[in-house]
Design a protein around this ligand. Structure first.
Ligand SMILES: [Fe+2]
Ligand SMILES: [Fe+2]
Length: 451
């Protein structure tokens, strides 16, 4: 009997050992293949498509093969091949090659199939569609900070949002996609698999957050090299801020990204405002969305509630920007400040949550929940819907453009009761006075809204 037990234990250990080895082998096999494949735009979405990915050092070259999509799998003879720009970069998890291609001269409103790789190591074929360049209704998704516990809990927001909206034209991230922008482990190595093959089909548009910048010395806020290595964004921003501050036109809308953490001089800051004004002035389409990471005013309960960017705020009001999409506060809020427009939205996709301070400008607040937003645009109407990770409507409103160009805001009726539960470990994480005053501040907020 003793012999049988010891044989059983030995076999079990051996089998565990083998399984461990097998897993390692599988992992390294996966690593040999192109991965972290994602779409973004560097130039016009109606005739170009940027594709980026990563490989191990054994695969220093990369190519994109692409073809107009057909239902037939026998499309070999029409395939075009483009060599990628490839750059090696050593990280805490080893040496990688980062590859990028910007496919150009594509047909508008056309579906393409593509794969990336080289020699025997190719990705699967995936599809993307170019923008039509026409005025027609479409929607996109907007996410606040994913940032922490991306694998375990951030991923579900991205996946549920796309499962519910497979026809979204792009996914807009308002910064802090990850927590430590200079690290792959627990950061980019969790973020890209969280989106998985979704990112191979739906382009990412992102504005950088403070966590995508270096924080070794607080004053030094250079963007991490992995931002440029992982993404291709437009280079039409002010000098030195390309791919961080930029605008991207998709059909009849313009998305402006402002890097509010960029390391710039006061002179460059002024240049940025001039650039922003020009980007607002010279747009002839229907809707402008301005996305930046830091909410216009601090909202987390232990933060300064001051207006962070008065010069930007003045421009947004002057040009009646309909919507501003932000994050950083790790909670949900929506409202207007001293002007009918813009509508400021603050949201959070990941599980890290902050308690709120009930600032006077908030028209709708939400805490302790993961959210995503669907934004529908047509020529004269914009519909905004914030949903919880479970797909329940949490906030919704419409902005209508009247024939004289005037904008009209209307909140949806019958929105659910606000979730205002302070975050987990609230008492431990916040100063006593902030904890003590929470209930009375909340009551005042709710009373103000009743009036
Ligand atoms: Fe954040
Ligand atoms: Fe942040």
């Amino acid at each position: 009997m003793k012999k049988t037990i010891s044989l059983f234990i030995t076999l079990s250990i051996l089998s565990l050992h083998c399984r461990g080895q097998e897993k390692e082998q599988n992992n390294s096999l996966l690593e040999q293949l192109p991965h972290h494949i994602k779409l973004s735009w560097e130039t016009a979405p109606e005739n170009s498509q940027a594709i980026t990915w990563r490989t191990r050092a054994s695969e220093p070259k990369g190519f994109v093969e692409y073809v107009e999509a057909t239902a037939s799998p026998f499309f070999e003879e029409h395939i075009k091949k483009v060599r990628a720009t490839s750059q090696s970069y050593t990280m805490e998890d080893g040496l990688w090659y980062y590859h990028s291609v910007n496919l150009q001269n594509l047909k508008p409103g056309t579906r393409y199939s593509y794969r990336v790789g080289d020699k025997g190591k190719w990705s699967e074929w995936s599809e993307f569609s170019t923008a039509t360049g026409q005025k027609e209704p479409f929607k996109f998704l907007y996410f606040g900070d994913v940032q922490r516990y991306i694998h375990s809990l951030g991923s579900r927001t991205l996946r549920q949002a796309v499962l519910a909206n497979p026809d979204a034209k792009f996914m807009l991230f308002a910064g802090d996609l990850i927590h430590r922008g200079g690290l792959n482990t627990e950061n980019w190595n969790e973020f890209f698999p969280a989106g998985g093959w979704i990112f191979q089909n739906i382009p990412i548009v992102a504005t950088p957050g403070n966590h995508e910048h270096k924080w070794a010395v607080k004053e030094t806020r250079e963007i991490v090299p992995l931002w440029d290595l992982n993404f291709c964004f437009p280079k039409n921003g002010p000098k030195g801020q390309e791919e961080q501050t930029y605008y991207m036109d998709y059909n009849n809308i313009r998305v402006i990204s402002l890097d509010t953490s960029a390391k710039i001089t006061s002179e460059q800051r002024k240049e940025t405002y001039v650039w922003l004004e020009e980007a607002l002035k010279n747009f002839n389409g229907d809707w402008v969305f301005v996305a930046f990471h830091h909410a216009m005013a601090g909202l987390a309960r232990n933060r300064n509630p001051h207006i962070r960017f008065p010069e930007i705020k003045a421009l947004l009001e002057k040009y009646k920007v309909p919507m501003v999409l932000t994050g950083h506060e790790h909670l949900y809020a929506r409202g207007r400040m001293e002007a009918d427009f813009p509508i400021y939205a603050v949201s959070v996709a990941g599980p890290y949550q902050n308690a709120i301070q009930f600032s006077d400008w908030i028209e709708r607040a939400g805490t302790t929940m993961q959210l995503y937003q669907e934004i529908y645009v047509s020529e004269n109407q914009l519909d905004y819907v914030a949903k919880t990770v479970l797909g329940e409507v949490y906030d919704a409103f419409t902005i209508t453009k009247k024939s004289n160009g005037e904008l009209q805001f209307e909140e949806a009726p019958d929105l659910p009761v606000e979730s205002l539960i302070p975050t987990k470990d609230f008492e431990k994480r916040y100063d006593k006075e902030l904890v003590k005053s929470y209930e009375s501040d909340k009551i005042k907020y709710l009373q103000r809204k009743k009036q």
